[in-house]
Design a protein around this ligand. Sequence first.
Ligand SMILES: NC(=O)c1ccc[n+]([C@@H]2O[C@H](COP(=O)([O-])OP(=O)(O)OC[C@H]3O[C@@H](n4cnc5c(N)ncnc54)[C@H](OP(=O)(O)O)[C@@H]3O)[C@@H](O)[C@H]2O)c1
Length: 270
Amino acid sequence: MITGASTGLGAEAARQLVRLGATVAVVGRSPEKTAAVAREIGAEPLVADFTRLADVRALAGTLLDRYPRIDVLANNAGVVLTRRSRTEDGHDTMFQVNYLAPFLLTNLLLDRLTTAGPARVISTSSKANRSAGIDLDDLEGARTRSELLRYGMTKLQNILFTRELARRTRGTGLTATAFHPGVVPGTEINRDSPLIAALCRYRLLGRVATVAEGAAPLVHLATMPDPETANGGYYHCLKPNGPVHPHATDAQLAARLWDRTADLLGLRVA
Ligand SMILES: NC(=O)c1ccc[n+]([C@@H]2O[C@H](COP(=O)([O-])OP(=O)(O)OC[C@H]3O[C@@H](n4cnc5c(N)ncnc54)[C@H](OP(=O)(O)O)[C@@H]3O)[C@@H](O)[C@H]2O)c1
């Protein structure tokens, strides 16, 4: 099951996984785009807008009803937003879509993921994770001015989530990984961020990858025969142990971030 699969990297990963024989649930925000991708690859379309936590809860309910086993949960949906806004749940929109919603979705599915077979939770992070650290008293980046820094914070939160998820579920068969897909201007990621689009255009964010190349790490992590070797880790494209912000290796911070986030959501987690 892949979020953010109505276009871009998620859609391409869904195509590649279907070609490899997987049954894929295509999750997107736009009903039209989600239906089009699902139709193209013979998959089930599911629609949820992560700016509404009620949608995330409804999505989890649908998945639990329909899928007795979920082998792979790919938390891939993400946005780069130029302007700050709040969701109806009262959170910063980029924080909620990129971090809070996948945290909630994973936790709502956790029993199924840990009991129905050796599942994998894969988070699409970014090399932007190195741009800013985590302030537990300012999780939503209210004090951070730059959109790139705030985006990077959400992507560092994805890595800390991965690390802590791996720790909490050790021994259950569940494995958790995160990755940077490469700089892939061929997706719609820059639709709300002309600044980053321009940085990509002038090759200022490094080498540019195709959409197929960008989807390859997700497919690799979903299919690698020995996921235990990658558990809790962060890949830079297809390479393990990618470069991370120093906070990414702080186990205590990962645990405290998890607890803070669960509190924000009113989740009771073990
Ligand atoms: N492209 C890059 O260079 C790059 C680099 C590093 C990391 N990433 C990460 O890769 C992931 C995929 O990005 P992409 O490049 O494929 O971008 P994309 O083409 O814009 O795809 C983003 C996906 O997220 C979905 N999404 C956006 N807002 C949502 C919301 N409120 N609720 C639910 N779904 C929502 C979109 O749905 P709709 O289209 O239906 O609205 C779309 O399916 C993101 O997490 C991004 O941060 C990308």
